[in-house]
Design a protein around this ligand. Structure first.
Ligand SMILES: Nc1nc2c(ncn2[C@@H]2O[C@H](COP(=O)(O)OP(=O)(O)OP(=O)(O)O)[C@@H](O)[C@H]2O)c(=O)[nH]1
Length: 830
C-alpha cells in the first residue's frame, strides 16, 4: 500500500514538514497526505539516510552528557575510590564470577570500586545498558533519569511519577530566574500557557490524555504536534485536490482545544464542513459533521489548509494549585526515599530499627527519636530517607491517593522462611508503582537460613540476582546481628545515584502528607515529606482541603527546624484542620490557600455523594469507548496455584484490539484488604476463583468502590471479561435469603390455602420470592401471593411473629414445611 508523507516521516523519524521540504527541493509538491511513490522514496532515502533508530542515541547522548556523566564522575570520585579496600573484604560479591552482564558491570564499579570498566563507558552507555537489562525485568531498577528513552520504555517510571505528581495539574514555569536563593517564593512563578501545554504533552501517560478516537489512531502516527512554523516554510501544502487557502477571509492561525467537533473545527477554519471532511477522507478518515477529532488530527488538517495551530490551555481547575515546572538546570540531587516491604515477621521493623540505631544522626545532635512517619540516616556522607511504616499497605494507600513518595523499595525476605504470599504481593505492589526493588535477605544469622533458596524462589517473580546475571541487587543481612547493613545502605545509594533523583530546592515547597493527627496541645499536626522546593517556617501552605501558616517544624528527633528541603520529613504545626495521608502540600499565598482549600472542601463534600468511578466490568465497555481505558488491570485470587495460573493464562489470552489485559497481581488465598488497596491504587478489577473476600476486604472494597467478581467456573470468568470488553456483559443477579418461616398450621378456604406460619429468621416480605422446602427438598419455587397478620395485609413480617402466607399459583402447603424467602439483587461489589 502506498504510504503517505506523514507515515514515511515517522519511519525516518523526522517531521512531515521535513519530508515535504525535501520533496519540494526536488520540485515535488507534497502535503501531509501525499502518497509516496518509488522515485520519491529514493529521494527521501538519500536525504534521511539515518533512520530513526540511529537518531535516538545521539539524542540520548546529548541528554546524558548533562546528567548521566555526572553520576559516573560522582561514582568515581566519591564512592568507588574510598570504598575500594573496604568493600573488597566485605561482601558476598567479592568472588562473583564475571558474567559479562551489563547491569552487573554497572552496579559493581560503584560498589566494588571496579571503576575502570565504568569509566570507559560514557554515561550514555551506562543508561543504555540498564535499559536493556530492564527488559528482563520490566519495572525493576529503572533509572529515573529524565530524557532517557530506555527507561521510558521499561517501567515508565518517570512518566508514572510525572503522572502522579503532575497529572491534571496546572503548571507554572519556575526555572532559570529562580536559581539564586530560595527566598522570593513566588518570584519565579510565571504564568506560561505554553509550558502548561508542554507539560501536558510531555506526559504521554498522563491523566490528561485526550480520548483516542479512531481518527487519532490513524493520524497520530504522523504526529506533528507543533505546526507553528509551517507557514514560514511555504505554508500550504496542497496535494491531492485541496483548494489553496484564500487569504482574504481565512484565518492564518487558530487555537484548538484538546478535542473538537468537525463542525466547530470547520467554523474555526472558516471553511465549509464538506471541505474539512474531504481533507479528512484524503487522510483515510471517515468523519461525520458531529464527530469529535483530537488535537493532532485537527492540526494535521489545519496544516493542510495552511493554518497555524496552537493548543488552547486546558480549562483551569479551581481546586488545583498551579504546578511549577522546574527547569532542568535548577534540579539538584536529593536523597532517596525508601520503603521497607515484605512478608509478616520477616523482619521489616527489626531492619528499620537496626538501620536507625546504627546510622541515625541522633548521637550527633542528641535528640530523642520521635515517630514522624519517616526518618533520615546518613551513610558515607549521604542521606537516605526511610519511610517509618513498614509494609506495602502504607505504600499502596498513599499511591491510591495519587501520591507516590517511594523511590526505592527494600524487599525483606527471611532467609529461613523464603518467599511467602506477602513477599509476592510486595513485589507486585512495587512493580505496579514502577519502583525499583532491592532485596534484603534477612535473618542470615539463623542456622536454618538458606539465602540461595530465596534467590532461587525470587527468580520466579522476575527478580534475578546480579550474582546470577540478573539486575536485582540482593543483599544478605541480619537485623539482629547487624550484618550487611552497610552493604544494604551502600546499594541503596548506588541505585539512587543511577536513578538520578533530583529536585529543585529553590522554589516554593511541595510535599506529601505521610501522617497526620490532632494533638490535644498542639492542634493539627502533619508529617510531611518534602518533594520539591524548600519549606520554611512562616510559609503559607495549602494541604489537601486544609490551609494555614507553618508555625513550627520538627524533625524526627523532635528538634525545631527552620526549613526542610527535598526528601526531608518534617512535622508541621499551624494547619487549620487535620489533612489525610497522601494529601499534597503546596506553598502559596494566603488568599489562594484559603480559596482553593474552600473549593477543595466543597468538592470533597460533593464527591462524597458520588463515589469515585473505578473500573467495573459493567461499565468497562463504556470506558473503552470513551478512550479512558487502554489497559484492563486485573488482580486474580484463587484457591490453588494451579487454578490461579490457568485463569491468568486464559485471561491474558483474550485478544482485543482495544484493551490489553494486565495482571497486576495473582495469588493464592482469600481476597484481602491489601488486594483491595492494590486494586484501588491500580484501578484494577479483582477476579476471585473459589475464594471469597474477608470481612475487612469486603468493607474496603465497598469504601473504595472496587469491583470484585467471584467465580466457581474459570470459563465463566473468561466469558465475563471477554463480554465486558466487547460491551455485552449482562447484568448479574444474586440470590439473597431474607428470611425463613415454618408452616405450623394449614388453613384451607374455598379460594386459597393459607400457610399459618411462624417467622424464624430474618423477615418475610409480600414481594419476596420463596422456596417451599419439605424435608430438605425444594418442592416449589415461586412467589408470595399474600402476606397477612390477623386480618390485615402487611408488607413484611419480622422474625418472632406469626403470619398467614399464600403462594401464587400453588396450593400444596403442609404443616412442617419451611418457606424460605429470598430476593434477587443485582450483583454489586461483594
Ligand atoms: N534471628 C533473627 N531474627 C530476626 C531477625 N530480624 C527479625 N527477627 C525476628 O523476627 C521476628 C519478626 O521481626 P519483625 O521485625 O517484627 O518483623 P516484621 O516484618 O516487622 O513483622 P510485622 O510487623 O508483623 O509484619 C521477631 O521475632 C524478630 O526478633 C534477624 O536478623 N535474625
Amino acid at each position: 500500500m502506498t504510504k503517505r508523507v506523514y507515515e514515511v516521516a515517522k519511519e525516518y523519524g523526522v517531521s512531515a514538514k521535513n519530508v515535504i521540504k525535501v520533496l519540494g527541493d526536488h520540485n515535488i509538491k507534497a502535503g501531509n497526505f501525499t502518497g509516496i511513490d518509488d522515485s520519491m522514496r529514493a529521494i527521501l532515502d538519500k536525504s534521511f539516510k539515518e533512520p530513526k533508530k540511529a537518531e535516538k542515541p545521539a539524542e540520548q547522548k546529548k541528554g546524558m552528557e548533562g546528567t548521566g556523566r555526572k553520576v559516573n564522575d560522582n561514582n568515581r570520585a566519591k564512592q568507588a575510590k574510598p570504598q575500594e579496600g573496604q568493600k573488597q573484604g566485605n561482601s558476598h560479591k567479592q568472588n562473583r564470577p564475571e558474567q559479562g552482564n551489563n547491569a552487573k558491570k554497572q552496579a559493581q564499579p560503584a560498589r566494588n570500586g571496579n571503576k575502570n570498566q565504568q569509566s570507559g563507558s560514557s554515561g550514555q552507555n551506562h543508561q543504555n545498558n540498564r535499559g536493556q537489562d530492564n527488559k528482563k525485568n520490566a519495572g525493576q531498577q529503572n533509572a529515573k533519569s529524565s530524557g532517557n528513552q530506555n527507561n521510558r520504555q521499561n517501567g515508565n517510571q518517570q512518566n508514572k511519577q510525572n503522572q502522579q505528581n503532575n497529572g491534571g495539574k496546572r503548571t507554572k514555569f519556575f526555572g532559570r530566574s529562580s536559581q539564586n536563593g530560595d527566598e522570593g517564593q513566588n518570584a519565579g512563578r510565571s504564568d506560561n500557557k505554553k509550558n502548561k501545554r508542554n507539560q501536558n504533552n510531555n506526559n504521554p501517560n498522563g491523566k490528561n490524555n485526550r480520548p483516542h478516537t479512531l481518527l487519532s489512531n490513524v493520524l497520530n502516527k504522523g504526529k506533528n504536534k507543533n505546526n507553528k512554523n509551517n507557514k514560514k516554510q511555504g505554508g500550504h501544502h496542497d496535494m491531492g485536490g485541496g483548494e489553496p487557502a484564500k487569504k482574504k477571509n481565512y484565518p492564518t492561525s487558530i487555537e484548538l482545544p484538546e478535542t473538537i467537533i468537525v463542525k466547530d473545527f470547520a467554523e474555526k477554519l472558516g471553511r465549509e464542513v464538506g471541505e474539512v471532511i474531504k481533507k479528512l477522507l484524503m487522510g483515510g478518515i471517515m468523519a461525520t459533521i458531529n464527530q469529535e477529532i483530537d488535537f493532532e488530527t485537527a492540526s494535521l488538517i489545519a496544516d493542510e489548509f495552511g493554518v497555524t495551530v496552537t493548543q488552547e490551555a486546558p480549562p483551569e481547575d479551581p481546586t488545583e494549585i498551579e504546578e511549577i515546572v522546574d527547569a532542568p538546570e535548577t534540579l539538584k540531587v536529593r536523597p532517596p526515599v525508601v520503603t521497607i516491604m515484605g512478608h509478616v515477621d520477616h523482619g521489616k521493623t527489626s531492619l528499620l530499627d537496626a538501620i536507625r540505631q546504627t546510622n541515625v544522626t541522633s548521637h550527633e545532635a542528641g535528640g530523642i527519636t520521635q515517630h514522624i512517619g519517616a526518618y533520615q540516616v546518613r551513610y558515607n556522607g549521604k542521606k537516605i530517607t526511610f519511610m517509618d511504616t513498614p509494609g506495602h499497605e502504607a505504600f499502596t494507600a498513599m499511591r491510591a491517593r495519587g501520591a507516590q513518595v517511594t523511590d526505592i523499595a527494600v524487599l525483606v525476605v527471611a532467609a529461613d522462611d523464603g518467599v511467602m504470599p506477602q513477599t509476592v504481593e510486595s513485589i507486585n505492589h512495587a512493580k505496579s508503582a514502577g519502583v525499583p526493588i532491592i532485596v534484603a535477605i534477612n535473618k542470615i544469622d539463623k542456622e536454618s537460613a538458606n539465602p540461595e533458596h530465596v534467590m532461587q524462589q525470587l527468580t520466579e517473580y522476575g527478580l534475578i540476582s546480579e550474582e546470577w546475571g540478573g539486575d536485582t541487587i540482593m543483599v544478605p543481612v541480619s537485623a539482629h546481628k547487624k550484618i550487611g547493613l552497610d552493604d544494604l545502605l551502600e546499594n541503596i545509594l548506588v541505585l539512587a545515584e543511577v536513578s538520578e533523583l533530583k529536585a529543585n530546592p529553590n522554589r516554593p515547597a511541595q510535599g506529601v502528607v505521610i501522617e497526620a493527627k490532632l494533638d490535644k496541645g498542639r492542634g493539627p499536626v502533619a508529617s510531611v515529606l518534602i518533594q520539591k522546593g524548600t519549606l520554611h517556617v512562616g510559609d503559607t501552605i495549602i494541604v489537601g482541603p486544609c490551609f494555614g501558616k507553618v508555625r513550627a517544624m520538627n524533625n524526627e528527633r523532635g528538634e525545631r527546624v527552620k526549613k526542610a528541603e527535598p526528601s526531608i520529613p518534617v512535622e508541621i504545626l499551624g494547619l487549620n484542620d487535620v489533612p489525610e495521608a497522601g494529601d499534597i502540600l503546596d506553598v502559596t499565598d494566603e488568599k489562594t490557600a484559603r480559596s482553593v482549600a474552600e473549593k477543595r472542601m466543597e468538592k470533597k463534600r460533593s464527591s462524597a455523594l458520588h463515589v469515585n468511578a473505578k473500573v467495573t466490568l459493567d461499565d468497562l465497555f463504556n470506558q473503552i469507548q470513551q478512550g479512558e481505558l487502554k489497559e484492563l488491570p486485573l488482580i486474580i485470587k484463587g484457591d490453588v496455584q494451579g487454578s490461579v495460573e490457568a485463569l491468568s493464562q486464559s485471561l491474558l489470552n483474550i485478544k482485543s484490539d482495544e484493551v490489553r489485559i494486565a495482571i497486576v497481581h495473582a495469588g493464592v488465598g482469600a481476597i484481602s484488604e491489601s488486594d483491595i488497596m492494590l486494586a484501588s491504587a491500580s484501578n484494577a478489577i479483582i477476579i476471585g476463583f473459589n475464594v471469597r473476600p474477608d470481612a475487612a476486604a469486603r468493607k474496603a472494597a465497598e469504601h473504595d468502590n472496587v469491583d470484585m467478581r467471584m467465580y466457581r467456573v474459570i470459563y465463566d470468568a473468561i466469558n465475563d471479561v471477554e463480554a465486558a470488553i466487547k460491551g455485552m456483559l449482562e447484568k448479574k443477579y444474586e440470590e439473597h435469603i431474607i428470611g425463613r418461616a415454618e408452616v405450623r398450621k394449614v388453613i384451607t378456604t374455598p379460594k386459597v390455602i393459607v400457610g399459618g406460619s411462624y417467622v424464624k429468621e430474618g423477615k418475610i416480605t409480600n414481594n419476596a420470592k420463596i422456596r417451599l422446602i419439605r424435608n430438605g427438598i425444594v418442592i416449589h419455587d415461586g412467589e408470595i401471593d399474600g402476606l397477612r397478620r390477623f386480618k390485615d395485609d402487611v408488607k413484611e413480617v419480622a422474625s418472632g411473629y406469626e403470619c398467614g402466607i399464600t403462594l401464587e399459583k400453588y396450593r400444596d402447603i403442609k404443616e412442617g414445611d419451611e418457606i424460605e424467602a429470598y430476593e434477587m439483587v443485582e450483583v454489586a461489589p461483594e
